[in-house]
Design a protein around this ligand. Sequence first.
Ligand code: IMP
Ligand code: MG
Length: 181
Amino acid sequence: MNMVKLHDLEFEPYLDQKTIASSVKTVAERIYADYHTKTPVFLGILNGSFMFLSDLMKYYEGDCEISFTKLSSYEGTSSTKNINTLLGAGKLEGKDVIVVEDIVDTGHTLEHIIEVLKSENVASYSIASLFFKPEAYQKSLPIDYIGLEIPNRFIVGYGLDYNGLGRNLSEIYQLKSSLND
Ligand code: IMP
Ligand code: MG
């Protein structure tokens, strides 16, 4: 693995394909142990989760459905309140939903997604994230399935981007140490 430059920043190799794959496999096995009697819906949060969810599905051996969503917020015409919907998620009512995130940092995004999900009358929900930054996390919501806990560093690759670039890298890179802290 070599250094990569995205826009103005340099990133150094951090996690190789083997390490990522074994974390993804472990997450799949742990979910299967809990869900094999059900038919869960894996709900990938776009854009970051597309590669993780794709690989996760190759290791998941049970019946399941797959859906992707993007959060959208807009002003309602008859109300000044923000209305939030899970775009493209399909009907989730009565389903056992597993929210699939690429990374949980402060937890703001996730908390928001869960709030919206609760209004969909799902049968149950849990949360899977490939990466988790415990030092940055500001919420109390439990993350049920974590691939890897990482230090509070900015990473790219395997779906994760820096200003739109880097999602297609098959390995994980971190911001060059001298620039990180
Ligand atoms: P949070 O709301 O602070 O938990 O941030 C969640 C979102 O921020 C993730 O879904 C990512 O899109 C983005 N993010 C957080 N940390 C990183 C990182 O290290 N690299 C790339 N994107 C990140
Ligand atoms: Mg994201």
